[in-house]
Design a protein around this ligand. Structure first.
Ligand code: SAH
Length: 397
């Protein structure tokens, strides 16, 4: 159901008046404890009480946090806010998928999607306003890039969805999984994403098991290693092509980090997280990467991965039928071709589920998220071009 659209200017008025205060949503447990001890001179357990009010009971008004003393509540009101993104509208698909458009600042909005399925509910969360990677088959790329989301803006998406769904962590779990597969490249916004994922997995936050929080990357190799060292979540990699020539065309980041380097990083990740598999996402595009020879190359790549990690099914392939969007030159293969591709993988003994298309009637399917992005990169690029044309040369590079 659509809700009325508030003026985006409302978001501006609110964020300006509150901008000088600390937003509690920016803190994971460790940071909030520090804030309470060092800034407020309070005990750690007070921080825990506040986290429970926010993430378990959806209370954002300090006055309503009734197990805190009056003086502390007043101190918090003076210094801090609990400020979530602004709900611009939400839509529900005929298949139960739900999409929220959330205002992050006066000019930018992002999308968050909830996908209910048998016994589980997955939230697809955005990490940036737009995306700078320019993958050829992704609608977000057509929007350009504006900025990273803060921790508050990332965990705020979970909070808004969880509150809407009536999720009660540890009891009535409407929200069982989070995938960082919305708009943006999560590893390009490392610190904020890792902090937000820590709140998702915290008992005082959303209490999700490590395995049920998945970060998906287009393949930022050095950051995959950092993630292995600093966080404990499931890894998904957007592969989409089994050789460099094709992958560089579809995912330009491949020119910087080609498949061999990417697979090395995935092996290191899997070895570090013993017994965990890595998911390789493969969006099937008609006549582009859906031919039998692609399946054969993919099988070789995945077998090699299993061999190096010394675990059967260490590599899981997730097949995603291409979701079209206006202006794209790609098409979805017909069902027979998709099943044929899957069969080749299955015959080689590989697990390769086809991701069911969900929420496409509300443009909420993979690769269809657009939000509202005031692109900075293109304007900057044009500005640089103008400078160069004016003879500024290297200074503008
Ligand atoms: N930047 C991260 C997170 C985005 S995840 C990443 O690349 O992994 C979104 C997933 O949907 C990625 O696997 C992406 O490649 C895939 N995708 C993008 N556009 C798509 C489209 N039009 N149809 C189907 N899948 C798409």
């Amino acid at each position: 159901m659509d809700s009325p659209v508030p003026a985006v200017a409302d978001v501006a008025a609110r964020s300006v008046s509150e901008s000088k205060k600390t937003n509690i949503f920016d803190f994971d447990r460790a940071a909030l404890e520090r804030f309470f001890e060092e800034e407020l001179g309070e005990k750690k357990f007070r921080a825990h009480q506040v986290m429970k009010w926010i993430h378990h009971r959806y209370v954002t008004d300090f006055a309503g946090m009734t197990d805190l003393g009056k003086a502390l509540r007043a101190k918090l009101e003076e210094r801090a806010v609990v400020h979530a993104p602004q709900l611009i509208f939400d839509k529900e698909s005929s298949d139960g998928t739900h999409k929220w458009l959330l205002g992050m600042d006066p000019k930018n909005a992002i999308e968050t999607v909830y996908i209910p399925d048998k016994g589980r509910g997955t939230l697809c969360v955005s990490s940036q306003v737009g995306c700078a990677l320019n993958c050829q088959f992704c609608s977000t790329a057509t929007q350009g890039f504006n900025r990273n989301l803060s921790t508050a803006e990332i965990i705020g998406q979970v909070w808004i969805a969880a509150r809407h769904l009536g999720n009660v962590p540890h009891q009535q779990r409407k929200l069982t999984n989070v995938v960082m597969m919305g708009m943006g490249e999560p590893l390009a916004n490392f610190d904020n994403v890792v902090r937000a994922m820590s709140i998702m997995r915290d008992d005082l936050g959303y209490g999700l098991a490590n395995k049920r929080v998945t970060l998906s990357t287009a393949g930022m190799v050095p950051m995959i290693d950092r993630l292995a060292a600093e966080s404990d979540v499931s890894l998904a990699v957007s592969l989409h092509a089994p050789n460099d020539e094709l992958r560089s065309e579809l995912v330009p980041l491949n020119r910087k980090y080609p498949i061999a380097e990417l697979m090395d990083a995935c092996v290191r990740y899997a070895l570090r997280k013993k017994g965990e598999s890595v998911t390789f996402e493969y969006t099937l595009m008609k006549g582009v990467n859906d031919q039998p020879q692609h399946a054969r190359e993919l099988i070789r790549l995945m077998r090699e991965f299993d061999r190096r990690v010394q675990m059967k099914d260490a590599a899981k392939v997730n097949l995603i039928p291409f979701n079209p969007f206006p202006g794209t030159r790609f098409e979805r293969p017909d069902d027979e071709a998709i099943r044929g591709f899957q069969k080749l993988l299955n015959n080689a003994g590989m697990i390769a589920p086809v991701r069911r298309t969900r929420g496409d009637d509300i443009d909420a399917a993979c690769g269809q998220l657009k939000g509202q992005v005031m692109d900075r990169t293109r304007r900057q690029a044009e500005f640089r071009k103008r400078l160069v044309a004016q003879g500024a040369g290297d200074a503008a590079a």
